[in-house]
Design a protein around this ligand. Structure first.
Ligand code: MRU
Length: 343
């Protein structure tokens, strides 16, 4: 079955898969305005660090489409910057969002003296380039990751760092897909990933679609499963990696890394270089998104906690570099002590 494209530029429209309704429904949506793109990112219709970046870049283009045909270059450059700054406030943790928006802003810098239409075209070209590069990045991570992981049979993953978190085969799941192409079938243990269930709703869905054998577990089963069953390695994605290798990813990742360390299971992170934030010396500086308490109290479609309960709902946590066996990027495999100067 062909892999779903979570975002597509059709030549006239930006079309996304609404990931909030997976796996029950496969709903495509045409996004027409930056406000709709902001909402899609904020509400996790499009999600996963690389995909957020790609989506935001197209969101800037949607803002440019609202300009009148007679708009001049200066007005268009202003609009591009303004829309990028607006979209940058949609989610705080995945640095790929800011990376992609900065690229768009750099692309139009100095274009004040050309026509507004030329600026709009430059924004669209940059968004399409980011999308295309994202596809190549996934493939390269898949190749490097497969080289490292091919000796293993059973992998454990958290959240969704697969095709639906990028524009192609994902990051953490890319080695699994490359393995399939080469005749190697991994068995993947997928944990649910409370509170929004990206593991059970999205990772389980896409791996089963691809014909990968999986076992779905609740998050709180990970320690027991690692103790009782064969788990060769854990592989997850990341939303932001600090200069020292500390990596932010979906809440629960840090706990899983501790469990892996306790059981002698290597723990890998797969992420593109656009996820590395060299401006932060360590993970304590990574901003962690706090999301609505409803996700915890009503996450199963009905109320599961008393009214008025105090809730803490951080969407991400930070795994310290010392728990990470290696970081797989499109430029190759990195081990501690990390030197990201070649990314
Ligand atoms: O809140 P989400 O669903 O956007 O969180 C996604 C993750 O934490 C992914 O593991 C991460 O973005 C890497 S995606 C290749």
């Amino acid at each position: 079955m062909p892999r779903l494209k979570p975002i597509e530029w059709t030549g006239t429209d930006v079309v996304i898969v609404d990931q909030t309704v997976l796996p029950g429904a496969l709903r495509y949506e045409t996004v027409e305005t930056p406000e709709q793109m902001f909402d899609a990112i904020r509400r996790l219709k499009v999600r996963g660090a690389p995909l957020i970046g790609v989506s935001a870049a197209f969101g800037v283009y949607l803002g440019m489409k609202q300009l009148g045909v007679s708009a001049g270059g200066a007005e268009a450059v202003f609009r591009a910057r303004q829309t990028a700054d607006y979209l940058a406030t949609s989610r705080p943790t995945a640095v790929n969002l800011f990376w992609a928006l900065d690229r768009v802003k750099r692309r139009v810098a100095g274009m004040e003296s050309v026509s507004g239409q030329q600026v709009t075209q430059a924004v669209l070209d940059e968004a399409c380039a980011i999308l295309k590069e994202d596809r190549a990045m996934c493939r390269a991570i898949g190749e490097h990751g497969f080289e490292e992981l091919r000796r293993f049979d059973v992998l454990h993953t958290h959240c969704n760092a697969g095709g639906l978190a990028t524009s192609d085969m994902g990051t953490a799941l890319a080695p699994v897909y490359v393995g399939l192409e080469r005749g190697k079938t991994f068995h993947v243990i997928v944990d649910e990933t409370r509170p929004l269930l990206q593991g059970s709703r999205i990772t389980a869905f896409e791996l089963m679609q691809a014909g990968v054998p999986i076992t779905l577990i609740c998050d709180n089963m990970a320690a027991s499963v690692m103790k009782r069953r064969k788990v060769d390695a854990v592989i997850v994605g990341a939303d932001r990696i600090a200069a020292n290798g500390d990596a932010a990813n979906k809440i629960g990742t840090y706990g899983l890394a501790l469990i892996a360390r306790a059981h002698g299971v290597p723990f890998y992170v797969a992420a593109p270089s656009s996820t590395i934030d060299p401006s932060l010396c360590d993970g304590s500086l990574i901003p962690i998104e706090e999301r609505s308490e409803d996700e915890v109290t009503c996450g199963m479609g009905r109320r599961t906690a008393p009214e008025g309960v105090v809730v803490h709902n951080p969407a991400f946590d930070v795994t310290p570099a010392e728990l990470i066996a290696g970081i797989i990027t499109e430029r190759g495999f990195f081990r501690a002590p990390y030197d990201f100067s070649r990314v």
